[in-house]
Design a protein around this ligand. Structure first.
Ligand SMILES: Nc1ncnc2c1ncn2[C@@H]1O[C@H](COP(=O)(O)OP(=O)(O)OP(=O)(O)O)[C@@H](O)[C@H]1O
Ligand SMILES: [Mg+2]
Length: 313
């Protein structure tokens, strides 16, 4: 399908059946995405690019894939099926949060050590798109995803009586790498919650997602994720300056929450040291904290070994 044909079809469509047909809707969907995707437009006229971007959002937001599509607080995430997620602001009032995410991810990609960039999503593109039927403009962040990711909420559900600290160990270590990477780039995540920490069980991967609430050190976290107010350290609710220690406190909370009653005394003490009430008394260097965590883990369990992990215990 040609791009102009696709744009015409989308603009004229009033129902999902108009858009996808009834014969082979999945095929039509792929054709439309193929014809409208910015990567395939090369050096097209900016007006055509903008029209294609609008049409692409209409297509993906109307498409109900059988594969999981996430409906978050801020955004809807549509799986492109080719390793890309289209994160679209649900309310135009949240477009600024999406722009915040794009800024943070660009900054990390620019300043971060390439070896660690897999710990955060890769931003492919960020653009505003207008829904032709309603006229509403929504910011879109296109992200690369990796297959097989599960959030710490999923991990906790699989291990309701507490996760073995040796399994929590690699998640904690890698989460600190993600934070070290971001903090060195001058970005505080601002919402290190179980739903935003994704793990890949087989390869022990960790990806810290949702940078919509990020801030510069010394800045303000723009909002609290509704329903999670009690996960935040005091400076966030009080609208005081945040810093790397804000993320460190929240990451620590995620880990003790995962281990629950299985948290060994030594790790409990380490965690307490990361969760002081005042930002100023908390550690603020994730890389250094990682070395300290390694020492505690070494004292507890000896040399590091690979421990297979599964979500189906
Ligand atoms: N790059 C990614 N790769 C894989 N999954 C992702 C990615 N980004 C987000 N997700 C999944 O989609 C969910 C929602 O994404 P995100 O937090 O960015 O949007 P949100 O609108 O804030 O949603 P929520 O309110 O659930 O946090 C995440 O918790 C995660 O499960
Ligand atoms: Mg979120």
């Amino acid at each position: 399908m040609r791009t102009d044909e696709a744009i015409r079809l989308v603009t004229a469509a009033r129902t999902d059946a108009d858009l996808f047909g009834t014969q082979e809707p999945a095929r039509r969907y792929r054709e439309l995405v193929g014809a409208l995707h910015p990567d395939r437009l090369g050096a097209a006229d900016p007006l055509v690019r903008a029209a294609a971007a609008d049409a692409l959002v209409t297509v993906t937001t109307r498409w109900r894939t059988p594969a999981p599509t996430y409906a978050g607080d801020v955004a809807d995430l549509h799986d492109h099926g080719d390793g890309r997620l289209l994160k679209v602001a649900r309310h135009p009032g949240d477009n600024d949060l999406m722009a915040r995410e794009a800024r943070a991810l660009r900054r990390i990609a620019e300043h971060g050590d390439a070896r660690h960039l897999a710990y955060v999503p890769r931003l492919v593109d960020s653009y505003p798109a207008r829904d032709p039927s309603s006229g509403v403009q929504r910011q879109v962040n296109e992200l690369v995803t990796v297959p097989g990711l599960h959030s710490l909420d999923d991990v906790r559900r699989a291990y309701p009586d507490g996760l073995d600290p040796r399994d929590a160990a690699w998640m904690w270590r890698r989460l600190l790498v993600a934070l070290g990477l971001a903090h060195r780039a001058g970005v505080v995540h601002g919402a290190v919650l179980p739903r935003h920490v994704l793990v890949e069980p087989d390869a022990h991967g960790v990806v810290l997602v949702d940078w919509c609430f990020s801030a510069e050190p010394g800045g303000l976290v723009p909002a609290l994720v509704p329903g999670h107010e009690d996960w935040y350290p005091p400076e966030v609710a009080a609208k005081r300056q945040c810093g790397p220690g804000t993320d460190i406190a929240m990451a620590t909370r995620c880990m003790t929450w995962l281990m629950g009653d299985r948290t060994p005394r030594e790790l409990r003490a380490f965690a307490d040291g990361c969760q002081g009430t005042a930002l100023a008394i908390r550690p603020d260097d994730a890389w250094r904290l990682l070395r300290e965590l390694d020492e505690v883990l070494h004292r507890l369990y000896g040399p590091r070994t690979f421990r297979p992990f599964t979500l189906n215990p």
